[in-house]
Design a protein around this ligand. Sequence first.
Ligand code: ZN
Length: 705
Amino acid sequence: MPKGSGKLPGNVVPEINVDSISSEEEAEQAVVQLREAIQYHDYRYYTLNNPVISDVKYDKLMSQLQQLEKTYPKLQDPNSPTQRVGGAPLQEFESFEHPAPMQSILSIREESELKTFVETAEKVLAKDETDKYVAEPKYDGASIELVYENGELTVAATRGDGQRGDDITKNARTIKEIPLKLIHPEDSEDSKNKVAPKYPDNLVVRGEIYMKKDEFNAFNKERKQNGEELFANPRNAAAGSLRQLDPSITAQRPLHVFIYQALGLEDQFNTHYEVLQALQEWGFKVNLEETKTCADFEELRTYHQNMEDKRENLNYEIDGVVFKVNDLEKRKELGRRTRNPRWAVAYKFKAQRETTKLLDILVQVGRTGKLTPVAVLDQVNIAGVEVTRASLHNQSEIDSKDIRIGDQVLVERAGDVIPQVVKPIKDVRTGNERCFEMPRDCPVCGTEVVMSEDKKQTHCPNPNCPAQLVGSLTHFASRNAMNIEGLGDKVAEKLVEEGLVEGIADLYELRVEDLVELEKFAEKSAENLIGEIEGSKKASFSNFLYALGISQVGEHVAKLLAKEYANLEALRGASKEDLEGIEGIGPEIATQVKGFFEAKENLEMLKELENIGLKLTNEFAQIKNRPLDGLTFVFTGELEDWTRDEAKDLVEKAGGRATSAVSSKTDYVVAGDNPGSKMAEVENRGIPVMGNNEFRDFLDLNNLI
Ligand SMILES: [Zn+2]
């Protein structure tokens, strides 16, 4: 929209007073206006990257719509923008037959093959055309097909085997870049610049769902912190997210889409490029920025070269480029081969995969004590980078791929991720290859390791293992653990390096004199640190359990354990079955906890800690009357009187549960300022909401403050 024109079409920010609406008819009118407005702003924001209203105004439109849909349930609609949060989980996906097969495009890697493609095409193309071809990036994500009827999304499906895919409509609805309703160009205010006619009543488009590289890295990092399995690359993460049976999980994944094809528009358009422009005008996300028209072999070759140079700097993965004949009529003349059309070709980049010899498998011990097998490779150049190491993840992965030391293996490199061993080349085995078993003892400290039943996690349970001591110390000292301020990475490293600390318990033996001898340690900060360490003796039992850094025992699990067991003694006596009996604790966690308390080193460490006089208090045991037992709370936004952590603590100490996601189990939502996107789901489900003051009254009523 031109800035300062001062003219907004009526539907951009509809003037609606929800409270004055008294009939369903009025409500319906308002709902239609609100949906159209929100849809338009989604288009400005997600498709064009050019919003015209503030987030606050947008949120207001959304909450008005939610309020009306709640008051008048008949007006609810699966394609309403309020439905982006996902819906009820499915048991399984239904199969969907594609209106036309999703066939692949011929892949080529050589210039000579490109030449052949051009020669074939130019038998039917006019010599002097300047936009004979359209060149697009070839995205490395998960293919998707979207079906629209009368402008409304009715089906989204994966590629599957090309004939039939999975119906993932509910998941697709949560992806904000996928329009739920299409836009008629004439509806929008700058229609004079538009060329596209109205979308057809039946429209089928195809594209690629992907995760941005930076968002993928952050996503994987978060999974790592939560002890969840990592995705090998953004493609797997996108495909995996798309195939979640619970759409609310998909809704939380950072997914994006590029649409690059529409079926059956030959009668309305002359060229593919016009189709792409029209798709964008109808509300689809089309990567016109990187899409170019090309005149001849030379321009195609240059485009391929430029994109390959740019590849590392793009925030999404591509593995080549796609060239298509632009003229839709000429495509028909060119026709198809058995498996793919003659009018398109995928020109792949230099292989990101190479084969080399797997010389050995090393085992690294990380800061959390996790043992990771690492492939030692005969040096190989993969797309310009020398590779000598690759990740093997865990024993289960090595077993299921049947990777053996001495094998020729296929290695893949993708973006910033460590190279991966894809598979062994079994045909060239000599018989001298050896199977690999994770060591029984930690290669650093010799302690017997603990392996999960599925063989996906192996770790050294010794918190004093030098490989993990620094990590253990900083975790022990972290804010939600023992809360020892001033004991960060650098200080912990120094303490271990200088031999002052050989185990967690040694922290409590430190004296100011020891610290001031360390480089750059002023007397004042030494005193402070000793004071902090002393003060931490009074930590709560659950914080202490979390501080121990037991694999898979995060803050939440630590609290579950503290609720069930009054003290360390009681917890130590619990059997694996006892532990599994606690709601929220599965066999994996139970194995880790049991393993921790069985390791000799840990028992010694705990004894030392007891000897120095820890005065742990079990905050759950103190409250005999637990008024919030069985109630689940979700906190969102900023409260005036408490930080999020303080508020959660209050609830948990009284027997309640604080979760981050809104679900059917949520009993109350406590919403402060700027409550965020969760509120849509909250209103949908009709969950009671408390503000700061109501929450204070509620706590007061329950004698909790
Ligand atoms: Zn160890």
